[in-house]
Design a protein around this ligand. Structure first.
Ligand code: TPP
Ligand code: MG
Length: 302
């Protein structure tokens, strides 16, 4: 237990998991065994000044600079500065043909690009899910403030963003909370749309419907391609969302993406402002903030 608390309080603070056998949990123990006193002050880890200087030199002289600012940068209050630096260094010009692709069905990069044009990064919190949505968002979503982009790296469980977006909206009701997920991921946790609509938590859910399980099966050379035959799925997710109490729209053509997002964001705002969204008095009201699902048909079979 001591080691667990020390890990919890030291270095870059983070979660600690303790796994115990049932017989330990059921056993009797004297109170004095349970008395906890902290082991000194929490330790702080940090690089030397020379290491920081060397990293800065490499970054400034790099042709394609990438700054991976994680929890350490946030904990040290340095995230604002590092975000701005990176935003200034990055350019997406070579991806423009994908962002503006006019093919039907469209691709996930275009969906993210259109969304970015409409949203204020200062007032938006964006999340991605497992699979294609991660690839569409992580390299390109521009965020200007720490904690306004919640990403899961390589460990995302399919569908995690539905609950995470609902929790984010509870914590930051004054922000537009938007999350992008695939059709198979929606299949895993999509019923929670009912939770959000019952609680009046107006999250914008964007389902990238490519007609199957794409992520991890298509290879890096074709990240927005068609899911293989063995992983094909069906379903109309805007109809599902409607059944769960959300305002929904299904987008078939790329030209309709932006107007659909505009309508979705308006629909969300129109119904906002009836008190705190998680107020029980609002929870069952039809006028509560509305959850919005926009399902976009992307490369695939559906
Ligand atoms: C619970 C779980 N099972 C399996 C995986 C491995 N996995 C990652 S993405 C993915 C497919 C995602 O499909 P979809 O949500 O439709 O997104 P797409 O890549 O097709 O856009 C799978 C099986 C996972 N991350 N989580
Ligand atoms: Mg899919």
């Amino acid at each position: 237990m001591r080691r667990a608390f020390t890990a919890l309080r030291s270095g870059s603070p983070g979660p600690v998991v303790l796994e115990m056998h049932q017989d330990v949990l059921m056993a009797q123990a004297d109170d004095d065994v349970l008395a906890y006193t902290a082991v000194g002050t929490p330790g702080k880890a940090g690089p030397s000044d020379a290491d920081v200087q060397r990293a800065a030199d490499l970054l400034v002289n790099a042709r394609l600079p990438v700054l991976n600012a994680g929890g350490g940068a946030m904990g040290a209050g340095a995230a604002d500065e590092s975000h701005r630096t990176l935003a200034e260094l990055l350019t997406n010009a070579e991806w423009m043909p994908r962002f503006t692709d006019t093919e039907t069905p469209t691709n996930g990069y275009r969906v993210v690009y259109e969304l970015q044009q409409l949203t204020d990064p200062e007032r938006t919190i964006a999340l991605h899910d497992a699979g294609g949505s991660r690839g569409y968002m992580v390299p390109f979503w521009t965020t200007t403030k720490p904690r306004n982009f919640v990403a899961m790296g390589g460990m995302a469980a399919m569908g995690w963003s539905v609950g995470a977006a609902i929790g984010t909206k509870l914590a930051r009701p004054d922000h537009l909370v938007v999350h992008l997920l695939g059709d198979a991921s929606f299949g895993m946790t999509g019923m929670e749309v009912e939770t959000a609509s019952r609680m009046g938590l107006g999250v914008l859910t964007v389902v990238i419907n490519n007609g199957g399980i794409g992520g991890g099966m298509m290879g890096m050379e074709n990240p927005a391609g068609t899911p293989p035959e063995m992983a094909v799925l069906g379903g109309n997710f805007s109809v599902v969302g409607e059944g769960l109490g959300a305002w929904t729209e299904r987008v078939e053509h790329p030209d309709d993406i932006r107007p659909a997002f505009q309508r979705a964001i308006r629909a969300r705002r129109r119904s906002a402002g009836f008190g705190r969204s998680h107020d029980p008095a609002v929870a069952h009201s039809r006028t509560a903030r509305r959850l919005v699902v926009v399902a976009v048909r992307c490369i695939g079979r559906n």
